[in-house]
Design a binder for this molecule. Structure first.
Ligand SMILES: Cc1cc2nc3c(=O)[nH]c(=O)nc-3n(C[C@H](O)[C@H](O)[C@H](O)COP(=O)(O)OP(=O)(O)OC[C@H]3O[C@@H](n4cnc5c(N)ncnc54)[C@H](O)[C@@H]3O)c2cc1C
Length: 408
């Protein structure tokens, strides 16, 4: 499969290279062949959010199974973890290609296709720190889509300020004893194991960002608490309760006390990923708004002929165009080995806000139909709202940009 479609340091090209084009075309075929039939087999169970959930709020087993199937088939086809190194079972594609693939899949809307490329339930670069038996037990099965995971950092009292977390792990003999409560943990109800962040050395000794360790905690060792239902994402996030969970040294992921620094190394990749998703979704909505503006008539003409509507679409196009250029630039910089901290904060803030504005305008263009329950435009609006908060909210990205500029 493709490696680079923009050679770092060899000039910038905004062309989609031939190998990346092949990946995007194969993704289209994959979604048509494997994902769309699953969606239509599920029928109303998928399309009607009220039928998608059990009475306790979790996804019904048929939907969980469909997601698992997509994951495994996508991994078999070489898509799922394409950005990870070959040694870990990935395809080592460039960040530019990965960015394009993420955006392309997001361009299909917020349906089951979103599970084709690894998201929060899949292998993230953090998991590449797996060593020894961890590689066969956790990393490789997750890359193959056979196991799913979750990243558990946020707590009831610590979100943006996650180093102030209360979760603790203390050494007793050969074991670590973990206690704490996490919340808003994506995929926690369905994961095979969770990557739990807990403080192992007090901040006074290790520094604010030091003293935090990541543990691999298996499904039967943690308790899933109340679901944290965000509108449009119901059944996906939950509390994780860790009550005297005892694990051995072999469950420490990476260096003890260094988990927060390690996670920070991958922040830029997370922001690139969310930027790609936001732009893909926004472009998808924009297409729907263009179609509707051309078809829907009022006062004897298509509503797109009214400047009040055409300017919404033109503004959306300008924003997604600029966001995409920023996304490609960030991906290119990351491929060139730069940390791209300021760049990816700009991207994450700009792209998710562009998505939010496009989603809001798309609802407006659709008038009353845009407000109908369970329509794809309201789904977009909900997704956009979430993307402006997760992985560093708007304000945190602006703080980072200001800090990089030396203002604060
Ligand atoms: C759908 C969804 C999925 C999620 N998935 C996960 C997951 O898988 N794993 C996980 O660990 N977490 C997850 N989260 C949690 C998410 O990362 C946090 O919600 C996010 O980091 C914000 O933290 P908070 O909600 O505690 O808000 P707070 O940190 O309390 O912030 C509240 C408001 O204050 C602002 N604020 C805070 N500090 C500052 C500052 N210094 N300057 C200016 N403004 C500030 C924030 O920007 C925000 O607007 C998820 C959340 C949602 C909604």
């Amino acid at each position: 499969m493709a490696t680079q479609d923009v050679a770092p340091g060899a000039g910038v090209s905004f062309e989609t290279g031939e190998q990346a084009r092949l990946i995007l075309d194969s993704l289209d075929e994959f979604v048509e062949r494997e994902v769309e039939p699953l969606e239509s087999d599920l029928g109303e169970t998928w399309s009607n959010p009220r039928l998608r959930h059990e009475t306790d709020g979790r996804l019904v087993p048929e939907v969980v199974e469909a997601i698992e199937q997509i994951r495994k088939k996508s991994a078999d086809a070489g898509f799922y973890a394409m950005n990870l190194p070959e040694a870990a079972g990935g395809d080592d594609v460039s960040n530019v290609t990965w960015y394009r693939a993420k955006k392309h899949v997001a361009g299909k809307g917020v349906g089951l296709a979103q599970y084709v490329l690894a998201g929060p339930e899949g292998p993230k670069p953090l998991l590449l720190q797996a060593e020894g038996e961890q590689v066969e037990k956790y990393l490789k099965p997750t890359v193959r889509g056979e196991k799913s995971t979750a990243f558990a950092q946020t707590e009831p009292g610590a979100g943006s300020d996650s180093p102030s977390m209360d979760a603790r792990a203390e050494k007793e003999g050969d074991e670590w004893v973990i206690n704490g409560t996490k919340q808003w943990i994506t995929n926690a109800p369905y994961a095979d194991f969770v990557q739990v962040f807990a403080r192992t050395t007090p901040a006074e000794e290790a520094g604010r960002y030091g003293g935090i360790t990541c543990f691999l905690v298996e499904r039967e060792e943690y308790e899933v608490g109340a679901l944290n239902n965000a509108v449009g994402f119901e059944g996906m996030q939950a509390e994780v309760h860790l009550d005297d969970v005892r694990v051995g040294e072999n469950r420490v992921l990476g260096e003890p006390d260094a988990a927060f620094y390690n996670a920070m190394d991958f922040l830029s990749l997370g922001r690139l990923e969310l930027g790609a998703e936001a732009i893909g979704h926004a472009e998808h909505l924009l297409d729907a708004a263009i179609d509707y503006a051309q078809d829907r008539e009022a006062f004897g003409r298509p509503i797109g002929k009214f400047q009040g509507i055409s300017h919404k679409i033109a503004r959306g196009r300008a924003k997604t165009y600029a966001a995409d250029a920023a996304g490609l630039r960030c991906a290119w910089k990351l491929d060139a080995g730069e940390t791209a901290i300021e760049d990816t904060s700009i991207l994450k803030w700009f792209a998710t806000n562009a998505f939010w504005e496009v989603a809001d305008d798309t609802v407006q263009v659709h008038g009353g139909n845009g407000l109908a329950e369970d329509n794809p435009y309201m789904d977009g609006l909900h997704a956009a709202r979430v993307l402006r908060i997760v992985e560093g909210a708007d304000e945190i990205q602006l703080n980072t940009i200001a800090k990089q500029l030396g203002v604060t």
